[in-house]
Design a protein around this ligand. Structure first.
Ligand SMILES: Cc1cc2nc3c(=O)[nH]c(=O)nc-3n(C[C@H](O)[C@H](O)[C@H](O)COP(=O)(O)O)c2cc1C
Length: 168
């Protein structure tokens, strides 16, 4: 089995979440070949014969970064059929935004993870769980306390869901 965690990052917060996810996956499922790679490194070979694809991005102007968006756009039509997938982002949660206008725009335009999840689904991937957001305390971080542990727990839930699906 093969799993790939693809992430982008500016200030390393999304990378930390991606690595926590990769380490949890490697520890809990040692039989799986787990790779954690920054989006700029990805070549088509990395996406071949995948069982699980995890895509994570910082939320920048309500969206994933351009390299993550471009990777998703460049995938062949229905190229993720038969692949299980999940999406996550890092973000500033609503409570961290002081301005009313800022909160209005975030409510209206959302975050990166939901957009990644929709793109994954459009390519035929099966979403295992809803998209997840992990909170930073300010634009450059750090992550809010407990977010790395929450990411590891999120992965445990994903593994359980996949295992339950395989037993059906
Ligand atoms: C130019 C810019 C735009 C941003 N836009 C958003 C946004 O729309 N929504 C949000 O929640 N956070 C936004 N942020 C905060 C980022 O989500 C935060 O920098 C990111 O989670 C940090 O992850 P990284 O360390 O992996 O880059 C923005 C930050 C920058 C610098």
């Amino acid at each position: 089995m093969k799993a790939l965690i693809v992430y982008d990052t500016f200030f390393s917060n999304t990378e930390q979440i991606a690595r926590a996810i990769g380490n949890t996956l490697s520890t809990l499922t040692p039989q799986v070949n787990v790779q954690t790679r920054r989006v700029q490194e990805i070549v088509p070979e990395h996406l071949r014969d995948l069982d699980l694809l995890v895509v994570g991005s910082p939320t920048r102007a309500f969206k994933p970064t351009a390299p993550i968006t471009n990777l998703l756009k460049a995938m062949p039509r229905q190229g993720l059929r038969g692949v299980k997938a999940v999406a996550f982002d890092t973000r500033i949660p609503l409570e961290g935004i002081n301005s009313v206008i800022g909160r209005f725009f975030i409510r209206r335009f959302g975050y990166a993870a939901e957009k990644i999840a929709r793109a994954l689904q459009k390519h035929g991937a099966e979403l295992v769980v809803p998209a997840a957001g992990f909170a930073v305390r300010a634009s450059e971080g750090p992550l809010q306390e407990g977010e790395l542990q929450r990411a590891a727990h999120w992965l445990e839930v994903i593994i359980q869901k996949i295992a339950a699906g395989d037993r059906e």
